[in-house]
Design a binder for this molecule. Structure first.
Ligand code: ATP
Ligand code: LTN
Length: 326
């Protein structure tokens, strides 16, 4: 059975973008592939975090995975920092990564341009991400478009290592959703909807109240035209809402355009909000049942044992090939 793996950083509250771009892909494929879903908490500390808030977010992220429909009995679910092999392999991969290729990562350029006190971890984190993927011989990695370049780095590192030391790693492939690979900010539809955005009105969080969801969609930036059709360049706001509706309803963009063609913007937004509320309220109901139960710890214990076993074998193989032994 092919293996699929992904993770969502607990550096903020999960958004509608992460649901559509990443989690829903895992939910869709969980019967077809052996799925590994983890919380990359070591990635979260590439930017400064409050310790208590981070610990809460780790739990909330796990509860949300399960509430979104990830089956805890079918999938391997784990916490990155509980498995030391991720950072161990990352070091070996770092020593096989060129400064030039690491410096080409556009997300680092964007993030470091915005922030002060940029950490070395923020620069090297795509290599830790490669380690997360290669340790488990993942065939497929479902991510939003912003992470495609990082999965490509993992591919390049796998190929380089295999060529130098003999076949060791599976070369992973990114799985980018056809619809919703980049859900846009509602207030600035040329920018990605992100959990670390400064404008809270632009991002829908999975745990937002119905009232907030309706307000955010009602105030989403559109245009002065009054027609509803998909045109990313001239109508980014409307196109973004059509994409959200299409991804959540699992209908094509053409079907959704046809459905809304005679609507005015107000009614269109109301129906988009209705669908988001319907989907997120079901998730929130499950989340409330899970967050204070023992399920999270049970699942993590199981995941920890299984992933340490797999990762230790891969790491030992790598160590031997590299010459790290007596
Ligand atoms: P930040 O923007 O704060 O760095 P993020 O929201 O991109 O964080 P994650 O929550 O770790 O970071 O992203 C988890 C997954 O969801 C990644 O695969 C990412 O590509 C995807 N994702 C995140 N935001 C979006 C979006 N707006 N549209 C589509 N996919 C997204
Ligand atoms: N870097 C990703 C999160 C992440 C990840 C991974 C995704 C860390 N390790 C391995 C897929 C596979 C992010 O910032 N969204």
């Amino acid at each position: 059975m092919k293996r699929m793996l992904t993770g969502l950083k607990p550096s903020g509250e999960l958004t509608l973008g992460s649901l559509i771009g990443s989690i829903n892909q895992m939910v869709k494929y969980q019967d077809e592939y052996e799925c590994y879903l983890f919380v990359p908490d070591l990635h979260a500390i590439t930017v400064s975090q409050d310790a208590e808030v981070l610990a809460q977010r780790i739990r909330r992220t796990l509860a949300l995975y399960l509430a979104c429909g990830i089956d805890p009995y079918k999938n391997v679910i784990y916490l990155q920092s509980e498995n030391l092999y991720h950072t161990n392999l990352s070091w070996i991969l770092e020593c096989n990564t060129y400064m030039g290729e690491a410096s080409r990562m556009t997300q680092f350029k964007d993030k470091s341009f915005r922030g002060e006190n940029v950490s070395v971890g923020l620069f090297t984190y795509p290599i830790l991400m490669a380690s997360d993927i290669l340790l488990y011989d993942a065939d497929y990695v479902p991510v939003g478009i912003d992470q495609k370049q990082h999965v490509e780095l993992a591919r390049n590192l796998a190929i380089r290592f295999n060529n130098k030391y003999g076949n060791t790693f599976v070369v992973p492939e990114p799985i980018i959703p056809k619809i919703g690979a980049k859900i846009m900010d509602l207030q600035n539809p040329t920018k990605k909807m992100s959990k670390s955005s400064d404008n809270y009105k632009g991002t829908i969080l999975l745990l937002d109240s119905e009232k907030d969801i309706r307000k955010k969609i009602a105030s989403a930036i559109t245009d002065s035209d009054s027609k509803i059709y998909y045109d990313e360049v001239n109508k980014p706001g409307i196109s973004n809402l059509l994409t959200i509706y299409s991804a959540l309803s699992e209908k094509s963009i053409e079907e959704v355009e046809e459905h809304f063609k005679d609507y005015n913007y107000g009614n269109f937004k109301r129906e988009v909000a209705d669908l988001i509320v319907l989907k997120l309220s079901a998730i929130q109901k499950k989340y409330e049942e899970i967050i204070n139960s023992n399920l999270i710890d049970e699942v993590l214990e199981k995941g920890k044992i299984k992933t340490i076993e797999i990762a230790s074998q891969k790491y030992e193989e790598v160590k031997l090939k590299v010459g790290l032994h007596r």
